[in-house]
Design a protein around this ligand. Structure first.
Ligand code: ADP
Length: 611
């Protein structure tokens, strides 16, 4: 499923949305974040505000502290603030003694620590909820997208998005929250700095402007690196999936080390981009923290040499500076990290949008449809997305209800494509298919699929017990029904397995033989009691005895289900009521009813050859 198809496009090509270009990314992320859990977001905002206020008071307390220590008097810079703070403290009945000020400090510190803890818990909850929502939305979008669209998508791209990229989207959400916290705290600090030490605040503001001017290009570079990382991560995931899926042939052909070498090169490329980001962001911080030291030195020089400020007031300036500038530097780092993570958010949003646009119509409710008259295929053609030529063209046939209809023909003739069209997985590009007179199109497809079951040539089993695999096909099936289906599918070998129905079948059913896998998959399909059952070479991997048993099962389905079987096997072809032969020439034909060179036919059998 979701095999790499010729029509696949690269993820990078899709990253050209406005969000992908960065600007709208942070806004879209913030909007999604608020929409995910408005309650948690409001609580986080409240805690943030509390933190801002306590932070501001903490900074204000520097003044009475220095005053209580006798280091400054009511003169000099910040006199209005000193009065305001001391007035406020007196109105609260707090003594302006050293112990009183220290006690107030401790109370503020306690509030700050408690709100920081609460904020940490709430923001983590918000971030996790958001990450899960993005992941689940994407899962649902994949599940709802039409099969035809998914065929044009590389499976590993979707895997990459659901795992690595969604993780980075969660990180971007975390950074955005951090940035909101940081910005609020810095604004509060700055407002207090303006009141307590306007000269320091002016220098810090100048430094802030300098940060913003050098920050812009750095942020853009971080965004570019983030984009590269998303793209290289996608390529790496594709390689890993190919490697694991193709490990057996790789070992047989001695190519496993070539895979490892390629993997090593690709991980090195990812590592290089990560190191490039660390170098950029670390270098920016180092340069800017040196610039702030230069600014502080300038401030001290100005205060002492140029304006002759007292040592105590100088201490006040330095203390305020020491609180405000690291907060500004942290902000810049957070903006850079956010810019680096935003391309993942843009890519995830782009994929979600694309999949939603390709969603199948919701379908109607009600019971699974029955099939009493049969299926009419009229002049059906199908072109895979991006394929240069049609896979099917001008196919017409009637599939009578509750009989056995065989499709045969060489590889590439379009047998599987026709089966997928009959199953309602694909919609014809031209012509039409009707089941009991109702067109298999649009919203009818989902409902139709409730009445169908199929066993592909390489059946897929979950890495779970036989019982779970059967229950997955029809939830709520009883053990008696499962045993009946297993018996009907000639899969009663299950009783001889170590733990019977509870035996785990291994990764993709790997602990069973090909034939056993196929028979368990057939039992799962039969358990659904489908109106239409499509089987792709159901006896291809079976010995004569088991082939005979499967054919006997199909015989028993006569009158109960419509069976379409893709086969080359003589025994199965003999069993069919009608045989449709697709051959390489069918693309230029409409339909014909010439007898195909088949083994002795049953008296009522009609053979159709398209070609
Ligand atoms: P068959 O089952 O008879 O071997 P298929 O139905 O699998 O044939 O394929 C019919 C044609 O459609 C082939 O030419 C094949 O290359 C093409 N085809 C099958 N699947 C895809 C796909 N996902 N994308 C593009 N072309 C496809």
């Amino acid at each position: 499923m979701l095999d790499p198809a010729p029509a696949q496009r690269s993820g990078s090509q899709r990253d050209s949305s406005p969000a992908a270009r960065g600007g709208g990314g942070a806004r879209a992320l913030a909007r999604d974040l608020v929409a995910t859990a408005p309650g948690h977001f409001a609580l986080a905002a409240l805690l943030l505000l509390t933190a801002g206020v306590t932070e501001a008071f903490g900074l204000l307390m520097i003044v009475p502290l220095l005053q209580a220590a006798g280091l400054i008097d009511a003169g000099g810079e910040g006199v209005a603030v000193v009065e305001a703070v001391t007035g406020f403290m007196t109105s609260l009945g707090l003594p302006l003694s050293l112990p009183g000020v220290l006690a107030a400090f401790l109370v503020l510190a306690a509030i700050r620590s408690a709100t920081a803890w609460g904020r940490g818990v709430v923001t983590t909850r918000l971030r996790m909820k958001f990450t899960d929502r993005v992941r689940c939305d994407l899962y649902a979008a994949v599940a709802d997208a039409s099969w035809g669209h998914l065929l044009g998508r590389r499976r590993s791209d979707i895997q990459h998005m659901l795992t690595d990229s969604v993780g980075r989207v969660g990180h971007a959400a975390f950074l955005l929250l951090q940035l909101a916290v940081g910005t609020t705290l810095t604004l509060f600090q700055f407002a207090i700095a303006v009141m307590v030490a306007p000269a320091t605040a002016a220098v810090a503001a100048a430094l802030g402007l300098a940060l913003a001017s050098v920050g812009g290009p750095m942020v853009r570079r971080s965004h570019r690196i983030g984009h590269d990382l998303t793209e290289k991560g996608r390529v790496l995931r594709g390689h890993t999936t190919d490697f694991l899926d193709g490990l057996k042939p790789a070992k047989i052909h001695g190519a496993e080390h070539a895979h490892v070498e390629r993997f090593r090169q690709q991980t090195a490329e990812v590592r290089e981009r990560q190191v490039a980001f660390a170098t950029l962001s670390g270098g920016t911080s180092a340069a800017l923290s040196f610039a702030s030291a230069v600014a502080l030195a300038g401030l001290v020089w100005y205060a002492l040499a140029a304006s002759g400020l007292a040592l105590a007031e100088l201490a006040l300036l330095a203390l305020v500076f020491a609180r405000v500038t690291p907060a500004m530097l942290r902000l810049l780092q957070q903006v850079q990290a956010l810019a680096n993570a935003l391309p993942a958010q843009a890519a995830a949003a782009g994929m979600r949008k694309e999949l939603r646009a390709a969603a199948e119509p919701a379908g109607t409710g009600g019971a699974a449809p029955a099939l009493t008259r049969g299926i009419e295929v009229r002049n059906v053609g199908f072109v895979y997305p991006g394929a240069p030529a049609p896979a099917l063209r001008g196919v017409s046939c009637d599939i009578p209800a509750q009989g056995i209809f065989a499709v045969t023909g060489p590889s590439g003739a379009g047998k599987t494509t026709l089966a997928d069209l009959l199953l309602g997985l694909l919609e014809p590009s031209e012509g039409a298919i009707h089941a009991d007179g109702a067109p298999l199109r649009g919203a009818a497809l989902r409902r139709w699929r409730r009445a169908t079951a199929a066993v592909p040539q390489e059946p897929f089993l979950l890495h779970e017990s036989v019982r779970s695999n059967l229950a997955w096909s029809r939830p709520g099936a009883t053990e008696a029904e499962m045993r009946e289906a297993l018996e009907l599918a000639a899969a009663d070998f299950v009783d001889d397995l170590e733990q019977g129905l509870d035996t785990v079948v291994g990764d993709r059913g790997g602990r069973l033989s090909g034939g056993e896998r196929q028979r368990v998959a057939l039992a799962a399909a039969l358990l659904r009691q489908p109106a239409l059952l499509v089987l792709d070479e159901p006896t291809g991997q079976l010995d004569r005895d088991n082939e005979a048993r499967v054919i006997e099962s199909l015989r028993r389905l006569r009158g109960r289900a419509t069976v379409v079987v893709i086969t080359h096997g003589d025994a199965l072809l003999r069993e069919a009521d009608q045989v449709l032969t697709l051959d390489a020439c069918h693309l230029s034909a409409t339909s014909a009813d010439a007898a195909s060179p088949l083994p002795p036919a049953k008296p009522d059998r009609v053979s159709l050859t398209l070609g």
